[in-house]
Design a protein around this ligand. Structure first.
Ligand SMILES: Nc1ncnc2c1ncn2[C@@H]1O[C@H](COP(=O)(O)OP(=O)(O)OP(=O)(O)O)[C@@H](O)[C@H]1O
Ligand SMILES: [Mg+2]
Length: 1024
C-alpha cells in the first residue's frame, strides 16, 4: 500500500527526519495531514513513532501484517507500531537488555490501543510452546479484565483509562514471552460515586447489568436496568452506541477463567461489584434528632447477603462513627450528609481496593516461576492529559503524571542527548526546548510544591478547608509563571477564573482546577469502624482488602497525592534503568471523528509533545551511540585487527573497526567515551554484517568445538586401545609363559619317559609309553600296506609294541585278504580255482610252471567256428569243453604235425582238419606225463589192448598247464597228471614202446636222438 504510493506526493514522508523544511511546524503538520488522509497514521521521527488516531478500523493489524513486519529492519517497511515492536524485541534479544515503550498522548489519542497492538504482536511473533501459550493468552486477556474495571467513558474517550498501567513482559533467553507483571497507578475512584454529565461509571457495572446472566443477576439482586442504579445514571448516558456492554461482558467472563480465576473468585468479585451498586442506592433520611437513618431495607438485605455481613452491623457502620475517647469507644451518629459521605467513601474504598486485589491476582497468574535471567519489555499506558469543563483532584493527578512523563521524555531525549554531545565533546549547536521541570517542581517540590501544601492542609488540625488550601497556594505560589488564581491573575485573566479555582500552565496547556474536594480526596478517609465492619465480611476478597490492622495503622497514612507522587518516582526509576522507545499519540480532532484532521488541535499537540524539538535534535544528532567498550565488544568480530582480542584502548579499537567497515567521516563521530552514528542505516548495515559474521563465527566455534570433542574422543579411544593392547599382550605373555612352563614339564617328562621307556610301566614312563603307542599307531594307520602281496611295508614297532604290531599285521593281512576275496567275481574265482589246481599239480614240480602263473586261462583256445563242421557234428553231442592247438609227434619217426586237441565231456579228440584222428575216452586214459623241465611236451597214456588201437600221444602244447588242468577238471581226476624226470616211456602200440627223453640245455630243441628216443631239450630258466 504505502510502498506503491511512495512516489506520489500526496503520501508524504514516512520519516520526518527526511523533511526538507524540518524546522517548520506547518511542513510538519502538512506531512501528517497528507498521510492521515491516506489512512497512513504512522510516521517516524527517527525511531520515535508518531501515531494519529484514525477513529476507524484500518485493517492494518492483521496476522498477515504482523508476518510482514516480523524480523525486518526498521526502516525497510512503511512505519507501523509492529515495526517498532519488532525492533524493540530484536534489540532486546540481541543485546539482552531491558527496554520500555513509552506511549504518550492526551486522552483518546490511542495509547491503550497502541499498547494492545504491541502486546498482540508479541503474542503472535514470539516463539512459543504449549506452556507459553497459557502465559500468552493470560497476557492478552488481562487487558479486557483490567479495562472493564479500570476504564470508563469520559467526554474525551469512550474507553478512557482511569488508571495508569505499566506492564512488564518477560522474555527468556530464546525470546519467548514467559511471564508478565503489571503495576497500576492511582485509579480514579471518585468515578464510582460520581460521573459528570456525558460520562459513565467503570464499564464493568454496565457490563454486569446488561450482559449478566439472569441467574447471576437474580443471585446478585440486580435488575437488568441501569436506570435503577444511582451510581450509573448521573452522567445520563448509560447506553453508548460505540460500546457493546453485552459482548464485552462475555469477553470478560471468558478472560477471567483463562487468567485462573476460580468460579468462587469470580462469584465474589461480582458480588462486590453488585454490592457497590446496591450501596449507591442506600438512602438516608433524617430522623427526629436530625441524624441519618436508613431507609433502604432491600439494599441492606442484598448488601448483607453479598458481603456476608450482618444487616445490623452494616446498618450501624453506615450511620455511625466510632470515636475513641480515652479508654472508651463512643458511637457518634451521622447527619444525613455525613452518612452519604461515609457511604460514598465506603463504595470508593471497596471498589478501589478490589481493583488492587484484581491486579495482584492477575499478576499471580502472569508470574513466571522460572528463576533464570529474564529480559523485559515494559509497556507504559497511562491516562492521557485531560482538560474538562470542571477539573478536580483526579485531573490534577492525571495531568501531573503526564507532566512527569514529559519530563522523563525530555530528560531521555532532548536534555540528556544534548548534554551527552557536550560531555563527549561532539560539536553541537544546542536546540532550545521547553523544559517542563518547572511545572513538575511546582507540583511536587518538597515543602513548597502544591502536593506538600495540600498535605499540610490535610494534616492541619482546626478549620482546614479546600478554600484555606487555595489561600495557602496563593501565598506560596504567588508570582510563579505557571500558577494563577482569581486573586493573583491580571484583570483580564481574572474574568476566566472562579474564586475557588487555580490554574496551572501545563506543558500541554492551561488547566483550571476547582479546589472543591481536594482535601477530602487527598485524605481518602474511611472511618475505622466501617473498616472493621468490612473485615467481618464473609466475602474473602473484601476480608483480604480490609485487614484488621492496616499497615502503619498508628501512623497517619500517606495522602493520596503523596502516594501517587512516590509511585511516579518509582516508575521513573524503573523506566530510567531501561532503554526507551517512544510512541507519541495524537488526536486528529476533539470530536472522535474519523477523517477529520483539525489543524489547531494537532498543532497544539505537536507543540506540547515537543515533536519539533525532537525532530531538530534528531536531524542534527546521531541516531545511535554506544560506549566504546560495548560497541567494540559487539562488533569486533567484523575486523581482523580487533578479533578475537584488541590489545589497545577501546576507543582505538573502535576507530580501527569503523575504518575497516568503511564508515564515511560524516556518518559517525568519536566522542570521549562513545561512538555516535548518525544514521540508523549505517548501524543496520553493520548489524547485518555482524549477523552474517555471527553465523561464520558460530560455524568456526562449532568446528573448533567439534574438533575438540572428536580429538578428545580420539585420545580416549587411543588410550583405551593402548590399555586393551597392554592387557591383551599381558594375557598373551602369561599364556606363553604358561605354555612354556607346560612345555618344559612335558619335555622333562618326555625325556624321563624316554630314559625309562624299557622299564616296566610306571608313573615316569606311562605317559611316554602312551605317547609312543599312540604315535606308532597313528603312524601305522597312515602307512599300512596297500596290497596283500606287499610284505615289506610294515612300520617297525617300538619294543613295547612288538607283540601288538604282529597281531595287528596279521589282522590287517586277514582283512585285506577278506576284502580281496570279497572283491573277486565268480568268473575270476573259477579261474583262480583252476589256477589253484594247476598250482597243486605243478608247483615246485615243473620248471616252467612259474612263468605260467601270470597267464590267465581261457575257456577254450579253439572256438566252435574254428572246428570243421564234420568234426563238430561228431563231438557236439558230447558237449565240447575245451580245445587247443597242439603239435603231435608221430609215434614212429617223431614227425611233428599240427592238430587240434579237443576235450569233450567224455573223451579227448585229436583232430586233423575234418578228420578225427584219435578218440580217447577218459575211461581209457591212463594218465598224462610231463617232464619237470621247462618244455611244453605232454604224453597222454592210453589203454591199449588191441594192436589196431593207436598208442599213446606225444604232444607239444603252448598252453600246456591250461590244457592239463582242464583235462583234470573234465576227467575229475586230479591224479591223472604225473611229472616225471629224465624220460617218459610211452606205448607206440601194444607191445611196442617208445621214449621221450627230457633234458635241459642252452636252447630249446626237439630231435630224434641216436638211440631212437625223442629228445626234448629245453632252455634252462634263468632263475628259479
Ligand atoms: N489505531 C487505531 N485504530 C483505530 N481506532 C483507534 C486506534 N487508536 C485509537 N482508536 C480509537 O480511539 C479510541 C481511544 O483510544 P484509546 O483508548 O487508546 O485512547 P487513550 O490514549 O488510551 O486514552 P485515555 O488516555 O483516555 O486512556 C479507541 O477506543 C478507538 O476507538
Ligand atoms: Mg487509555
Amino acid at each position: 500500500m504505502e510502498g506503491s504510493l511512495m512516489a506520489r506526493d500526496r503520501v508524504g514522508l514516512q520519516d520526518f527526519v527526511l523533511l526538507d523544511n524540518y524546522t517548520s511546524e506547518s511542513a510538519f503538520l502538512e506531512n501528517l495531514r497528507k498521510r492521515f488522509h491516506e489512512n497512513l497514521i504512522y510516521t517516524y521521527i527517527g525511531t520515535l513513532l508518531v501515531s494519529v488516531n484514525p477513529y476507524k478500523e484500518l485493517g492494518i493489524y492483521t496476522k498477515k501484517q504482523m508476518d510482514i513486519y516480523m524480523g525486518v529492519n526498521f526502516f525497510e517497511l512503511p512505519p507501523h507500531i509492529y515495526a517498532l515492536a519488532d525492533n524493540v524485541y530484536r534489540t532486546m534479544v540481541s543485546e539482552t537488555n531491558n527496554h520500555f515503550i513509552l506511549i504518550s498522548g492526551e486522552s483518546g489519542a490511542g495509547k491503550t490501543e497502541a499498547s494492545k497492538k504491541v502486546l498482540q504482536f508479541y503474542a503472535v511473533s514470539c516463539p512459543s510452546t504449549t506452556l507459553l501459550h497459557n502465559i500468552r493468552d493470560r497476557l492478552l486477556l488481562s487487558n479486557p479484565v483490567l479495562e472493564a474495571f479500570g476504564n470508563a467513558k469520559t467526554l474525551k474517550n469512550d474507553n478512557s483509562s482511569r488508571f495508569g498501567k505499566y506492564m512488564d513482559i518477560q522474555f527468556d533467553h530464546r525470546g519467548a514471552a514467559v511471564g508478565g507483571h503489571i503495576l497500576s497507578y492511582l485509579l480514579e475512584k471518585s468515578r464510582v460515586v460520581h460521573q459528570n454529565h456525558g460520562e459513565r461509571n467503570f464499564h464493568i457495572f454496565y457490563q454486569l447489568v446488561e450482559g449478566g446472566e439472569e441467574d447471576l443477576l437474580r443471585w446478585l439482586g440486580l435488575e437488568r436496568d441501569c436506570q435503577k442504579y444511582r451510581f450509573l445514571v448521573q452522567g445520563q448516558c448509560a447506553k453508548v452506541s460505540s460500546i457493546n456492554d453485552n459482548s464485552d461482558w462475555k469477553t470478560v467472563r471468558k478472560a477471567l477463567s483463562v487468567i485462573e480465576f476460580s468460579e468462587s473468585d469470580i462469584e465474589h468479585l461480582f458480588a462486590i461489584t453488585a454490592s457497590v451498586l446496591h450501596l449507591g442506592n442506600v438512602h438516608f433520611e433524617a430522623n427526629f434528632c436530625g441524624y441519618a437513618s436508613l431507609n433502604s431495607c432491600a439494599e441492606i438485605h442484598w448488601l448483607s447477603k453479598l458481603l456476608g455481613i450482618l444487616p445490623a452491623v452494616l446498618q450501624e457502620g453506615l450511620t455511625h462513627r466510632k470515636i475513641e475517647a480515652k479508654a472508651e469507644e463512643v458511637l457518634s451518629p451521622f447527619t444525613v450528609d455525613h452518612a452519604i459521605y461515609a457511604r460514598d467513601a465506603l463504595a470508593k474504598a471497596i471498589y478501589g481496593r478490589t481493583f488492587t486485589w484484581l491486579v495482584n491476582k492477575i499478576n499471580e497468574s502472569l508470574a513466571n516461576r522460572d528463576s533464570t535471567r529474564k529480559t523485559v519489555i515494559g509497556l507504559l499506558d497511562i491516562y492521557g492529559f485531560e482538560v474538562f469543563q470542571v477539573n478536580s483532584f483526579e485531573q490534577f493527578c492525571i495531568n501531573y503524571c503526564n507532566e512527569k512523563l514529559q519530563q522523563l521524555f525530555i530528560q531521555l531525549t532532548l536534555k540528556s542527548e544534548q548534554e551527552e554531545y557536550e560531555m563527549e565533546g561532539i560539536e553541537w549547536e544546542p536546540v532550545p526546548y521547553f523544559n517542563n521541570k518547572i511545572i513538575c517542581d511546582l507540583v511536587e517540590e518538597k515543602h513548597r510544591g502544591i502536593i506538600s501544601i495540600l498535605d499540610e492542609e490535610c494534616l492541619r488540625p482546626g478549620g482546614a478547608t479546600d478554600m484555606t488550601f487555595l489561600e495557602k497556594l496563593e501565598e506560596n505560589m504567588c508570582g510563579h509563571p505557571h500558577f494563577v488564581t482569581h486573586k493573583l491573575a491580571d484583570p483580564k485573566t481574572r474574568k476566566t477564573l472562579g474564586r475557588g479555582e487555580f490554574r496551572l500552565l501545563h506543558y500541554a496547556g492551561e488547566v483550571t482546577y476547582c479546589v472543591l474536594g481536594f482535601l477530602d480526596k487527598n485524605n481518602d478517609l474511611l472511618y475505622k469502624n466501617i473498616k472493621d465492619v468490612m473485615h467481618q465480611s464473609k466475602n474473602p476478597i473484601i476480608r483480604h482488602c480490609f485487614p484488621t490492622t492496616e499497615p502503619d495503622s498508628k501512623r497517619r497514612p500517606e495522602t493520596v497525592a503523596t502516594q501517587f507522587k512516590n509511585s511516579l518516582a518509582g516508575l521513573t526509576e524503573i523506566l530510567m534503568s531501561k532503554e526507551p522507545w517512544y510512541v507519541r499519540c495524537l488526536k486528529p480532532n476533539e470530536g472522535k471523528q474519523s477523517g477529520r484532521f483539525d489543524d489547531v488541535t494537532v498543532r497544539h499537540q505537536v507543540k506540547y509533545l515537543g515533536l519539533m524539538e525532537h525532530l531538530r535534535v534528531r536531524r542534527a544528532g546521531f541516531a545511535y551511540r554506544r560506549r566504546y567498550e560495548v560497541f567494540l565488544q559487539r562488533y569486533k568480530p567484523l575486523c581482523p585487527d580487533t578479533w578475537p582480542h584488541w590489545r589497545g584502548t577501546a576507543a582505538e579499537g573502535v576507530e580501527k573497526l569503523v575504518k575497516y567497515l568503511g564508515y564515511k567521516p560524516n556518518e559517525y563521530k568519536l566522542g570521549r567515551t562513545k561512538i555516535f552514528i548518525r544514521h540508523p542505516r549505517t548501524l543496520f548495515a553493520t548489524e547485518d554484517a555482524f549477523d552474517v559474521c555471527k553465523h561464520e563465527l558460530a560455524t568456526r566455534i562449532q568446528a573448533k568445538y567439534k574438533g575438540y570433542r572428536v580429538k578428545g574422543d580420539y585420545l580416549k579411544q587411543r588410550e583405551a586401545a593402548t590399555k586393551i593392547e597392554t592387557c591383551w599382550r599381558g594375557l598373551q605373555a602369561r599364556r606363553e609363559r604358561e605354555r612354556r612352563a607346560w612345555a618344559v614339564k612335558v619335555i622333562k617328562k618326555f625325556i624321563k619317559g624316554f630314559m625309562t621307556r624299557n622299564q616296566p610301566a610306571s608313573f615316569d614312563n606311562s605317559e611316554y609309553l602312551a605317547f609312543v603307542r599312540n604315535n606308532y599307531l597313528t603312524r601305522l594307520k597312515e602307512n599300512l600296506p596297500k596290497s596283500v602281496l606287499d610284505k615289506k611295508t610294515w612300520l617297525t614297532p617300538p619294543p613295547i609294541m612288538k607283540e601288538a604290531s604282529e597281531l595287528l599285521r596279521k589282522l590287517h593281512m586277514r582283512t585285506m585278504v577278506r576284502k580281496y576275496v570279497r572283491g573277486i567275481t565268480a568268473q575270476r574265482r573259477a579261474q583262480l580255482q583252476l589256477k589253484g589246481l594247476t598250482s597243486d599239480l605243478f608247483r615246485g614240480k615243473k620248471e616252467n610252471y612259474p612263468s605260467s602263473v601270470g597267464r590267465p586261462f581261457a575257456d577254450t583256445r579253439i572256438h566252435e567256428q574254428d572246428i570243421n563242421i564234420k568234426v563238430l557234428q561228431v563231438i557236439c553231442q558230447e558237449g565240447m569243453k575245451y580245445g587247443v592247438p597242439v603239435i603231435k609227434y608221430d609215434r614212429n619217426g617223431f614227425r611233428p604235425r599240427f592238430r587240434q586237441l579237443i576235450l569233450t565231456q567224455e573223451a579227448v579228440y585229436l583232430v586233423e582238419e575234418a578228420k578225427v584222428k584219435q578218440r580217447v575216452e577218459y575211461s581209457s586214459l591212463k594218465g598224462a606225463s610231463v617232464s619237470n623241465l621247462s618244455d611244453n611236451f605232454l604224453i597222454l597214456h592210453v589203454t591199449c589192448d588191441e594192436i589196431r588201437q593207436k598208442g599213446d600221444l606225444v604232444l607239444q602244447c603252448d598252453f600246456l598247464f591250461e590244457a592239463l588242468t582242464k583235462l583234470c577238471m573234465v576227467t575229475n581226476n586230479h591224479s591223472i597228471v604225473k611229472v616225471v624226470q629224465g624220460s617218459v616211456r610211452f606205448d607206440i602200440q601194444p607191445g611196442k614202446e617208445g621214449f621221450v627223453d627230457f633234458k635241459s640245455g642252452s636252447e630249446s630243441m626237439v630231435y630224434r636222438a641216436k638211440n631212437g628216443h625223442l629228445m626234448v631239450e629245453s632252455a634252462r630258466t634263468k632263475s628259479r
